[in-house]
Write a protein that binds this ligand. Structure first.
Ligand SMILES: [Zn+2]
Length: 246
């Protein structure tokens, strides 16, 4: 597909909601999400969340489980099961982690079915309820079907979710040193608290390697402690949708 068409489809998905929902949370919410799920997110990241009595959402593309692909080793099937059993949410990121615009309608449906079946076969209790756009790129032609399958879809468009929202294009903020800093994290937390909003952070690997998609343990701890200090509810995406009446 020409790049301009892909760009237009992403823009349409950004601006045209399938439905709009009024958030009804009584307290501000913060969610911590991890895309692709490098092994470090499932181990060190989950350990830091546990230290703060928090549960995260991990957006998984089943094909990558246990694979050394791209910049990191991905969490194994066993590590993903451990996350699920520890109360974290496993959510959908397509099966193959392809751009949505590369997939025809039937290929797209096969991707979604395959990821759902992959995780249900591991543990029948795993139901993928929420979705994150692979590579952060949405496609309006798939949005209606995504809205039928999933309670929410998360984008990487910066901002705080509050008031009337499009649940199938949630805003989120990076939690990776290459894309943010402590002051920006504090500012986002203040803004979410003051506006009774829902702030979603996204990250990939957790460690001290300092790569483009790396969140240091110190930054993750800073955001978790900052949310707690401000009296905000820390909830994974599934729980946040219940708190916000989505
Ligand atoms: Zn991804």
């Amino acid at each position: 597909m020409p790049r301009t068409t892909a760009r237009i489809q992403n823009r349409l998905a950004m601006h045209v909601p399938i439905r709009r929902v009024a958030m009804t949370n009584t307290r501000p919410i913060v969610s911590f999400t991890f895309d692709d799920v490098p092994r470090s997110a499932a181990t060190l990241g989950a350990e830091i969340l546990r230290d703060h009595d928090a549960h995260g959402t991990f957006y998984v593309a089943g094909r990558l489980a246990g694979e050394n692909e791209g910049p990191w080793l991905h969490a194994s099937v066993q590590e993903l099961l451990t996350l699920h059993r520890a109360g974290h949410e496993l959510a959908c990121h397509t099966f193959s982690h392809k751009h949505l615009y590369e997939l025809g309608g039937s290929e797209f449906r096969a991707e979604e079915d395959r990821n759902a079946e992959f995780f249900r076969a591991l543990d029948s209790g795993i139901v993928l309820r929420n979705f994150a756009y692979p590579w952060g790129v949405a496609d309006f032609r798939r949005k209606r079907e995504l809205a039928r399958r999933f309670t929410t879809c998360r984008s990487v468009l910066p901002g705080i979710n509050r008031g009337m929202i499009d649940p199938h294009f949630l805003h989120s903020m990076p939690l990776e040193e290459a894309h943010t800093n402590v002051a920006a994290v504090d500012h986002a937390l203040d803004e979410a608290r003051d506006g009774n909003g829902w702030l979603i952070f996204y990250a990939h690997e957790v460690g001290t390697g300092g790569g483009t998609f790396c969140c240091s343990p110190a930054l993750l701890r800073h955001a978790l402690a900052g949310a707690q200090r401000r009296g905000m509810q820390i909830a994974n995406i599934a729980e946040a949708t219940r708190l916000a009446g989505i």
